[in-house]
Design a protein around this ligand. Structure first.
Ligand SMILES: Cc1cc2nc3c(=O)[nH]c(=O)nc-3n(C[C@H](O)[C@H](O)[C@H](O)COP(=O)(O)OP(=O)(O)OC[C@H]3O[C@@H](n4cnc5c(N)ncnc54)[C@H](O)[C@@H]3O)c2cc1C
Length: 318
């Protein structure tokens, strides 16, 4: 007689007790700007810093953990994300100002930080008003706009490593580069200390208004997008290469290269993550064919594809 196959243990049953919330098979599409993608095995929303640290220290070592902000730079693949996805909630969103120094939790919205600084007369952080993410995502991506980036204003940050140990990081440890930080990928940022300068509230508001108008004119806001898709190669602008390759308006399934800003991909409403990724790879292929340059993804892609892909083989290889 053959033994009955063992029932598989659900991941949630292997995770440590926490005070926050576990959500099984959480759909991630609603957590990203693209509004695409599959489910995560377990989403974890820690109650607070202590709860998060205890979770990281006690979770089984073989369980992958991915932290997300508000998914404004994220393409979640259609087959979903194995393991645990962390989302930092309100207890990580405090914003405290002392003179021109701002301490913001990693879950705070960049726009909220910029507006709080405006009200307190702290200048130099206006660029954050144009970035639709959280401080955690901004640290990871060294987010920037209008001539400034996180590298220019971050004097310190706090993070938990993969085992839940706390780390205080200075600029050297943050290792900021173009749209990246050098901090290990499995570390979770929990807060940033930013330095501005004392300024005039009206002037700060004027500059933020200018940034909003410029964005409105140049970017496909109010669409399902992930912002700039590709990083600018040294000395070049990705959008110009994409235009030269004739990709403006290029379509794949429900995905399209924005007519307004051709470094933005848009989900027209019916795109799968696979459509968006395949379109991005087709853009890379055509840009390489036309210009000899391989442009690289700025958008972070996480999870696994649904099988089979309706777009065939995707990755264009340098
Ligand atoms: C319309 C639009 C306009 C945009 N304009 C700009 C722009 O002008 N400049 C710019 O730089 N970007 C821009 N972006 C991209 C995006 O907003 C930024 O990259 C932003 O910093 C991402 O933050 P997020 O919280 O959404 O992170 P997510 O997109 O959720 O995640 C991005 C990356 O950060 C990591 N991450 C998130 N939180 C943490 C954390 N607490 N600790 C460690 N890692 C973390 C994730 O694992 C992932 O690798 C734009 C996007 C859109 C949709």
């Amino acid at each position: 007689m053959t033994a009955a196959p063992k029932a598989e243990t659900r991941l949630i049953e292997r995770l440590p007790d926490v005070r926050g919330r576990y959500i099984e098979n959480a759909p991630l599409a609603r957590n990203t700007w693209f509004r695409t993608g599959g489910q995560v095995e377990v989403m974890f929303r820690p109650a607070d810093h202590e709860d998060l640290a205890a979770f990281l220290a006690a979770r089984p070592a073989d369980v992958p953990v991915t932290v997300i902000g508000v998914g404004s730079n994220l393409l979640v693949r259609d087959g979903g994300v194995p393991g645990v996805v962390l989302r930092l909630g309100r207890s990580f969103a405090s914003i405290d100002i002392d003179g021109s120094t701002v301490k913001a939790g990693a879950g705070a919205f960049d726009l909220k930080v910029a507006l709080t600084c405006q009200n307190a007369g702290v200048a130099g952080l206006e660029f954050l008003s144009g970035i639709p993410g959280t401080i955690g995502g901004a640290l990871r991506m060294n987010a920037g706009a209008w001539g400034r980036e996180m590298k220019d204003v971050t004097i310190a940050a706090e993070a938990l490593d993969g085992e839940g140990r706390p780390h205080a990081l200075g600029p050297a440890e943050l290792g900021f580069g173009y749209r990246r930080s050098g901090v290990p990928e499995d570390w979770v940022f929990t807060a940033a200390v930013l330095e501005g300068s004392l300024g005039d509230v009206k002037e700060i508001a004027r500059l933020m208004g200018e940034i909003a108008s410029a964005r409105e004119a140049s970017q496909p806001l109010r669409t399902r997008t992930g912002g700039s898709t590709f990083i600018n190669p040294p000395g070049q602008q990705a959008w110009k290469l994409i235009e030269r390759a004739g990709c403006r308006g290029l379509r794949r399934g429900g995905a399209v290269v924005s007519e307004k800003h051709c470094n933005f991909l848009i989900n027209t409403g019916t795109a799968t993550a696979d459509d968006l990724e395949a379109l991005g790879e087709e853009v890379r292929r055509r840009v390489h064919q036309e210009t000899g340059v391989w442009i690289e993804w700025e958008i972070r892609r996480i999870g696994v594809p649904a099988v089979p892909s309706r777009n065939g083989s995707r990755e264009a290889r340098p």
